[in-house]
Design a protein around this ligand. Structure first.
Ligand code: ATP
Ligand code: MG
Length: 386
């Protein structure tokens, strides 16, 4: 029997007049994700993926499952719209599922409202033929083990049982560009994923302190960007030389201020690069209270160095919840590889946890901030990922 993949989307339906912009973006993103292994098209608020001859449907479903903006995906058998054809299709296409279940119900939806029978009538008729074909089954309308779904649409009917949950969110490219401060840790790739999930196009910035941090540490960050780009498409990563600012801070400023001075410098450089690249906001993986530089006071001091909005999607999350997402999206194993980050060099033994902005600004005056920022931006190299 012919098989198709049906793709259902939720939230973007709410977008009124913008609706087809969102739909078109979603269709384009799905097509990009599957390449020429399937033809993607839309009809009556459902997107269809028609696999190419010989294409691996499981693999296709995996790829589609990573695209943002999808609520669920089903693999459906395609049949004619006559009641007898639908019943035959259900009993043949869902044979294995129905054989191994004890209870079921049939749920029918008519996208074709001119269809002569009402949905409950179709469900009843089809249910009757299922009971004759699989006499061990019982109907349970409240809590069935298997829900047989029948959708009667414009040119055909579709039958399926399992719904595979999609990732939700909004199609990539519907929310502007965000500049993610990407370290090699667990948090920032998750933060990037969460903002990308809301439709943003991502670019990454990584601060690299050669020779204090190694090529391996840089490669790890590019590997993380590659994993995140599996969800949100191509990503550019800007590698910023950060050795000079760190050396100057170490040589000129009080040790207990180093972490915050470094974080402020990261914000200033990131703002410059973000503006140059047309990004509207910065994104970090900070979470309130996680470390000394992420107390409310410390974040306020850091934020003060940025003149553009900085989104911190993990701000209210516990580490365990962040780790859960990192595992789910596949970044965790790479994030825990033991390479040093520029944050871990020259770290003060006793960082200030309740910093006063005035004092930090005084320390910052000991640096030639303008030159350091300019030279870092000029020395930045950009790598294309995905
Ligand atoms: P992560 O797990 O993301 O490294 P963290 O808990 O280790 O976060 P910090 O090292 O204090 O926290 O960094 C806080 C945030 O600052 C990171 O989530 C990231 O957004 C940004 N950041 C830290 N180091 C770098 C770096 N070398 N390059 C780019 N951004 C960085
Ligand atoms: Mg870190």
């Amino acid at each position: 029997m012919k098989e198709l993949i049906l793709i259902k989307y939720g939230e973007i339906i709410l977008k009124g007049l913008n609706r087809h912009i969102f739909e078109d973006k979603l269709i384009a993103n799905i097509q990009k994700a599957v390449g020429d292994d399937a033809r993607i098209y839309k009809s009556l608020a459902t997107i269809y993926a028609e696999p190419r001859e010989g294409a691996d449907t499981d693999e296709l479903i995996k790829k589609i499952g990573r695209v943002f903006g999808i609520v669920w995906i089903v693999r459906a058998g395609v049949c004619g719209k006559e009641l007898s054809e639908i019943s035959e299709a259900v009993n043949a296409y869902l044979k294995d599922t129905l054989s191994s279940a004890k209870t079921f119900k049939v749920e029918t939806k008519r996208a074709d409202k001119r269809y002569p029978l009402k949905s409950p009538e179709v469900s009843r008729e089809v249910g009757g033929t299922v009971l004759s074909a699989f006499p061990h089954l019982k109907v349970d309308v409240k809590n069935p083990e298997v829900q047989v779904n029948v959708e009667i649409r414009d040119t055909a009917a579709y039958v399926y049982a399992d719904r595979i949950p999609g990732r939700g969110g909004m199609p990539t490219g519907t929310s502007g560009k965000a500049m993610l401060l990407l370290s090699g840790g667990i948090d920032s790739p998750v933060a990037g994923y969460m903002i990308a999930k809301r439709g943003a196009v991502l670019e990454g910035i990584h601060f690299f302190s050669h020779p204090f941090t190694s090529e391996m540490a840089k490669q790890k960050v590019l590997d993380l960007a590659k994993i995140v780009s599996g969800y949100c498409g191509k990503m550019r990563v800007h590698i910023v030389p950060f050795t000079q600012p760190q050396l100057d801070m170490r040589d000129k400023c009080p040790a207990e201020h180093l972490t915050l001075l470094m974080r402020r410098m990261m914000m200033m450089i990131s703002c410059e690069i973000a503006k140059r690249e047309g990004a509207i906001c910065l994104v970090t993986g900070e979470s309130l209270g996680q470390v000394a530089s992420q107390t409310m006071e410390a974040i306020a001091v850091t934020d003060n160095a940025s003149d553009m909005p900085c989104f911190r999607p993990l701000i209210g999350m516990d580490k365990e919840d962040i780790v859960k997402i990192a595992r789910d999206i596949g970044t965790y194993e790479t994030s825990i590889l033991p390479y040093e980050d520029c944050c871990t060099i020259f770290v003060p033994k006793h960082p200030t946890t309740r910093p006063q902005l005035e004092k930090i600004l005084q320390s910052e005056k000991l640096l030639d901030v303008e030159t350091l920022v300019r030279e870092a931006v000029e020395g930045t190299e950009t790598v294309e990922i995905g």
